[in-house]
Design a protein around this ligand. Structure first.
Ligand code: C5P
Length: 394
């Protein structure tokens, strides 16, 4: 389940131009199944109106301490009572300063004091304000108080300057919050993974590849990170953004993938081969473009090393997991692969429509037999695989 599903989030919006991103953030949190109570500072309401957040959250928006709509007359306590997190995005330099000093002079700052849920803050400000020693001091104080600081990112700013201080994108903040709230069932574990296709060059502009999208591998990397693992992802050529908290190394050919895996293998607890590694590569590497001619062209292919089998065969092998995408006889082929490669677990799926979809129906094969998982989107399937692996490790 998405860690945000069923969670009650109080979203604080202070007076920065990045408030427009908070509208998208509200939508994403609601879409993930969270109940969102928006609390705005007076300055926050100057940038995007409360009506926008009311429509997106489907709930009343709060801005004043003395608000008759709260039956107890205690909006400053009621809103964070039972909440799973207070997330302030955007958080201005001024609001961060007030938080750091424990001010309680409006509804949002009062809620930040009167809470027993985690506080997460996404700073949004001009780069000079972010670099100012006062802000640096305030941020350090908040961190020491256990407040999670999300970002900020570097880049072009609304004021025209370029530098650090701009608020993270809405999707990044939603991801960080999900990671923060997810149960840490793999805390402290180290996971190495491969994902995506490989690209085996024929000449400088051509090569052999396959249609692996990398989506399942990237969803799994994200689910591992959510579960508290330290994730290293060796990725073939894909157009996917790196999940939050994941360290990524891009490679092209199977031989590069193998080298990157071997380099990062020491100290890993789990290795998962999700990549659709090309079984063969062109036997010769050609430095210049192959010229067209009327004659037939025969390519000689050499077998690639099996990265997963090689890792699993090592005496110091981590817990090894493979994937098996088959067009028929799934159980038979997946189980044969598990035994032949000496794997703790094989994730098998039938591919009728090719690779690259957003949903997946998989069966887990381990020493105890076959365990089908309910069909779901790849994020959910990934979480279920991670939960199963945590059980295997324990
Ligand atoms: O044998 P097959 O290619 O079907 O096995 C698939 C599994 O083995 C996947 O987990 C894949 O990542 C891994 N594999 C590998 N290196 C190869 C071929 C497959 O790591 N050369």
């Amino acid at each position: 389940m998405n860690p945000l599903t069923g969670k009650r989030i109080v979203l604080g919006i202070t007076g920065g131009v990045a408030a427009y991103k908070a509208a998208e953030l509200t939508r994403l949190l609601v879409k993930a199944g969270a109940m969102v109570d928006v609390v705005m500072t007076e300055a926050g309401t100057r940038f995007v109106g409360p009506a926008t957040f009311q429509a997106l959250s489907g709930r009343p928006v709060w801005a004043r301490i003395w608000d008759d709509r709260m039956s107890s007359g205690m909006a400053h306590i009621d809103l964070t009572r039972g909440a799973d997190a207070l997330l302030v995005a955007p958080a201005t330099a001024d609001f961060i300063a007030r938080l750091a000093h424990g001010f309680a002079d409006d509804l949002l700052s009062t809620l930040a004091l009167a809470r027993d849920c985690p506080l997460l803050v996404a700073p949004a400000m001009n780069r000079q304000m972010w670099e100012n020693p006062a802000t640096v001091r305030n941020i350090a104080r908040l961190r020491a108080d256990g407040v999670a600081i999300l970002g900020p990112a570097a880049g072009e700013q609304a004021c025209g300057e370029v530098g650090e201080g701009r608020m993270l994108e809405a999707a990044e903040i939603a991801d960080d919050l999900a990671i923060h709230l997810a149960p840490k069932i793999l805390a402290g574990k180290r996971v190495l993974m491969t994902a995506g296709p490989t690209f085996e060059p024929l000449d400088p502009v051509r090569g052999i590849t396959n249609t692996s999208s990398g989506k399942m591998g990237f969803a799994l990397a994200r689910a591992f990170a959510e579960a508290g693992a330290r994730v290293t992802l060796v990725a073939g050529p894909v157009s996917l953004s790196t999940p939050r908290g994941v360290v990524r190394h891009d490679v092209q050919a199977a031989l590069d993938m193998r080298q990157a895996v071997m380099e990062h293998l020491p100290g890993q607890d789990i290795f998962v081969g999700v990549a659709a590694v090309a079984d063969y590569r062109p036997a010769q590497s050609v430095a210049h473009k192959i010229k067209k001619s009327a004659a037939a062209l025969t390519l000689e292919l050499a077998p690639n090393p099996d990265i997963l089998a090689e890792v699993a065969a090592r005496p110091d092998a981590p817990l090894c997991v493979g994937f098996a995408a088959e067009s028929r006889n799934l159980a038979e082929y997946a189980e044969a692969k598990r035994v032949a490669k000496n794997l703790a677990l094989v994730v098998g799926n039938l591919v009728q429509d090719g690779l690259g979809g957003d949903t997946n129906a998989v069966t887990l094969f381990d020493a105890t037999g076959a365990h089908p998982l309910p069909p779901a989107d790849k994020a959910e399937v990934a979480r279920a695989i991670v939960a199963y692996l945590a059980g295997l490790l324990a």
